[in-house]
Ligand binder design. Structure first.
Ligand SMILES: *Cc1c(COP(=O)(O)O)cnc(C)c1O
Length: 388
């Protein structure tokens, strides 16, 4: 087993592959799968997650900005990559050089791409985004047909997709989502030459598979978490990420002794605390101070005192035989206990997405396949092991 910093994220690539296959099945097998790997694949490692999804049948990747797409290309990823967020016109060169598929919503970008396409004698695929009610990004439905027609007149561009994004697909009441879907379908009907329509994020695939169309865009579900508590557990997802650490120090407290900055926790009886070398700079939210717990020897050890930038303390007074270097699980399973990212998010007043994305580059990523370590990424090394 890999040994390094006493804090690491284990990413089970088989879980990502398995989730990708289940999601594909849920679409009826008729929709192409675009694996959303933005934000370093929600903290899971964009390159490795992209490869795992590709091996499981993903045909497209989705990122938020052109730089994320370029990162994948530089690592040798060859699937088409849709940049789902705003791309400024001066980023056109990066888009074309790295063979990315931008989301088009402005004439400025369209013209910049068309000029480069003419120069380099190639065709740039683009997707057009319609804003059907999120009021975030995309063209107003009434402007979309005109814009699509304009794009059609530019020889270097090929509009291969049109899409929208839902505001409340993860809530129980689907009324607004059905309205957004209807608006989208009506808008897309005005541009029948665009072959690929897509609207479905994870919540939509799980709850409304009838909206899967030609392509789907799952993110959080690929990584094994449900988008919200309201979403049906219509397929079984496997959590891919575990966040683990090791006990760095043990020491005993007498009643009246306090722990950490601000002295917000004071022992009321003799107990023992363990130091966990993980802090808010690693993604352990400071608002979990004196809340939440971790797993040590298969039992819950409550967080005591404030979480610091690089470390925090837990109470292990009730857990027998705890030793220095014992494994600590912050997210994941240990023996019969499990702490999910959803549980941590609930305590912190946020969503699992933010917990995953918050796991910083300082935390080594250890990638597993068939239970074996196949790759490790730390601040100072990037190693791949060939399968034995
Ligand atoms: C992030 C994102 C997704 C994925 O959403 P999940 O809820 O994680 O499945 C899909 N589409 C767009 C446009 C996104 O920005």
């Amino acid at each position: 087993m890999w040994q390094g910093r006493s804090l690491w994220a284990e990413i089970d690539l088989d879980a990502i592959a398995c989730n990708a296959r289940e999601l594909k099945k849920r679409t009826g097998g008729n929709s192409r799968l675009l694996a959303v790997v933005k934000a370093n694949a929600y903290g899971h490692g964009a390159v490795m997650a992209a490869r795992a999804a590709a091996e499981a049948g993903a045909e497209y990747l989705g990122v938020a900005c052109a730089d994320e797409g370029a990162e994948l290309r530089l690592a040798g990823v060859s699937l088409p990559i849709l940049v789902m967020g705003y791309v400024a016109p001066w980023e056109a060169d990066k888009v074309v050089t790295h063979g990315l598929t931008p989301t088009l919503t402005t004439r400025q970008l369209a013209l910049a791409l068309a000029a480069l396409a003419a120069q380099r004698k190639l065709v740039v695929p683009v997707h057009i985004k319609v804003d059907t009610g999120m009021n975030r990004f995309g063209l107003a439905p009434r402007d979309t047909a005109f814009f699509a027609q304009f794009v059609r007149t530019l020889p270097g561009l090929k509009a291969e997709g049109v899409y929208t994004h839902f505001a409340v697909a993860d809530e129980a009441d689907k009324t607004f989502t059905r309205e957004q879907f209807r608006t989208f379908i009506d808008t897309a009907e005005g541009m029948p030459w665009i072959p690929c329509r897509h609207v479905a994020n994870s919540a939509t695939i799980l709850d409304m598979p009838e909206m899967c169309l030609e392509m789907v865009r799952p993110g959080i579900s690929l990584y094994g978490a449900y988008p919200s508590r309201q979403v049906q557990r219509s397929i079984k997802l496997k959590p891919a990420l575990s966040l683990k650490s090791r006990v760095a120090r043990l020491h005993d407290l007498t009643p009246g002794e306090s722990v950490s900055y601000g002295r917000t926790w004071v022992a009321d009886k003799p107990t023992r605390v363990a130091l966990v070398p993980c802090g808010y700079a690693d993604g352990m939210l400071r608002c979990l101070s004196n809340k939440g717990s971790v797993l040590v020897r298969g039992q819950r050890a409550p967080i005591r005192g404030r979480i610091c930038m690089d470390q925090f303390m837990v109470d292990v007074g009730h857990i027998p035989r705890v030793r220095a270097d014992d494994e600590v699980v912050l997210i994941g399973r240990q023996q019969d206990e499990e702490i999910t990212a959803e549980e941590v998010a609930g305590l912190a007043g946020t969503i699992s997405y933010e917990i995953f994305c918050g796991i910083s580059p300082r935390v080594p990523r250890v990638y597993l396949k068939g239970g074996e370590v196949v790759a490790v990424e730390t601040l100072v090394e990037k190693v791949e092991y060939s399968a034995s």
